[in-house]
Design a binder for this molecule. Structure first.
Ligand code: NAD
Length: 340
């Protein structure tokens, strides 16, 4: 199979490409990535070295560029697309929604159109639990029937992309499925997201900014469980359907931060509560029984095992962490959190 993976240099996309090469020997991957601040070729250095030019091809392109996408579909005989490419950080979307609309909405439409024109047989679009909005403490978890009710410019752009995917199925009968998953964690996550951010700040004894009272609840899924879920969807998912994926691990943000501090042997007084994120969702929780029933999905990681392995990975990969924490990263962190 010739598989086009977009956003393959980001956190989940690169983990997915590693998963493909460690599991299958009959899949060729074409990775299309614009290399925004979140895209990092270092994430795939070992893949490039071993499979580059044979079963792995990198194309530095923008999914919102229709001509470039048409050329790529012509150049490679693509059988399927998995679309991870996105602007993915809520805080950045609050700061400036524009690139979120360009990539997440227009980019998804361009890619869907180009894939359909090229008669690509299968398309999986990667979405998020955030499209459902939020839950109160005693609401039941989100199912695929929960109405879309996004809160941030990021989640609104992802919900729009989901609607386009549904429309391509309903209007053209296109073979597209959607995956929606909870908060991912694991290796290669850009250190603006909670776990690597808190790890790196605590490691250098800097204050840890926690929004509001830290009582917001997220469900955490290890990225390797998510990657398996994505692949199951690609192989077995039904056209026109969305599948939820969760990790069975609801935790408050403050719990996660305390776990990191304990692991590092750092004091809790590093925690600094900061003004809450505008429109901050209270709680996300995923009912993933459809994926269990139809795809045979089951998360393998407990949060305790996953967080331990993840923190060990960051501890053992400080070069990677230092490399991404420069330039544009520093500018945004300063603008958003101030000069602490
Ligand atoms: P990320 O920000 O780490 O990576 C995004 C990648 O997409 C980067 O490599 C970037 O260079 C690339 N990209 C951005 N704009 C592009 C464009 N116009 N054309 C081509 N490439 C482009 O994101 P991530 O955390 O890996 O998330 C991947 C997908 O999973 C996203 O669609 C996101 O919405 C979704 N998701 C993420 C999480 C999470 O916890 N990280 C949870 C649910 C869903």
């Amino acid at each position: 199979m010739n598989l086009l993976v977009t956003g393959g240099c980001g956190f989940i996309g690169s983990n997915y490409i590693h998963y493909i090469f460690s599991t299958f020997n009959d899949i060729t991957v074409i990775n299309v990535d614009k290399l925004t601040y979140a895209g990092n070729l270092l994430n795939l250095q070992s893949i490039e070295k071993e499979y580059g030019g044979k079963r792995y091809f990198f194309e530095h392109e923008d999914i919102a560029d229709a001509e470039a996408m048409r050329t790529i579909f012509e150049k490679y005989n693509i059988d399927a697309v998995v679309n991870f490419a996105a602007e993915s950080h809520v805080d950045r979307s609050i700061d400036d929604p524009t690139p979120f609309i360009t990539t997440n909405v227009m980019g998804t439409q361009v890619l869907l159109s180009a894939a359909r024109d090229a008669k690509v047989e299968r398309f999986v679009h990667i979405s998020t639990d955030e499209v459902y909005g939020d839950l109160s403490l005693d609401d039941p978890a989100f199912t695929e029937q929960t109405p879309l009710h996004p809160s941030s410019p990021y989640s609104a752009s992802k919900a729009s992309a989901d609607m386009l995917a549904y429309a391509f199925y309903r209007t053209y009968g296109y073979n597209v499925s959607i995956t929606r998953c909870s908060n991912n964690y694991g290796p290669y996550q850009f250190p603006e997201k909670l776990i690597p951010l808190m790890f790196s700040l605590a490691s250098s004894d800097k204050p840890l900014p926690v929004y509001g009272t830290g009582m917001n609840i997220r469900d955490w899924i290890h990225v390797s469980d998510h990657c398996k879920g994505v692949h199951l969807t690609l192989m077995k998912g039904e056209a026109g359907k969305a599948y939820n994926f969760g990790g069975n691990a609801e935790r408050t943000n403050i719990d996660v931060v305390r776990t990191i501090l304990r692991d590092l042997g750092k004091p809790e007084d590093l925690i600094t509560f900061v003004k809450d994120r505008p429109g901050h969702d209270r709680r996300y929780a995923m009912n993933y029984s459809l994926a269990q029933k139809e795809l045979g999905y089951e998360p393998e990681y407990t949060f305790e095992r996953g967080i331990k392995e993840t923190l060990d990975w960051y501890r053992n990969n400080t070069d990677w962490l230092n490399d991404v924490q420069s330039g544009a990263y520093l500018e945004f962190m300063k603008k958003w959190y101030g000069d602490k």
